[in-house]
Design a binder for this molecule. Sequence first.
Ligand SMILES: [Zn+2]
Length: 191
Amino acid sequence: MLKIPNTIRKIANFFESFPEIGPRQALRLAFYVARSAKDLIIQIAKEVPKIKQCPNCFYFFDDDNELCNICRDSKRNKQKVCMVINETSLISIENANFYDGVYFILGDFILDQKSLAIERLKKFKEIIKKNEVKEIILSFPITLEGKITAKEVREELSSFNLKFFEPKIGLPKGSEIEFVDPETLKEAFKF
Ligand SMILES: [Zn+2]
């Protein structure tokens, strides 16, 4: 049997840990790196350490500050928090240019207690107290996963005096927030 070099095998294993990458595709990517993307990977490795994660909202930034530029902005309403699953949802809402509150990224759906979001919600409870959060907008995809997550978040935060809103986004079932056009998003956020 033909031997795959150990380094290629290692790189393939690394790619396999990425979301939605299977073993075959991972191996193909590893060979691609060896063949044509060595310099690119070295450049990426130089950039990665510069990325910082905001302790308030879990979004990313790369300047000398302690918080991301949304959380740092004194004009944003810190008592209003839009909760999203991922960074791309945040970007869509932010780019639609109507929202004046802050965000909180769960990082994953809450389908069991192992979810990354469970850990993050613990942190969020501190933020509720610190910023006297009053409103939470649960901006999750209108899927089964999104609905379960919304229910879990409401339960987890039920001891706080919070008002919850869920944007009624008129979009095909299963669509992700990031594929909704800005006007539709803006309408959906009128509660
Ligand atoms: Zn932030």
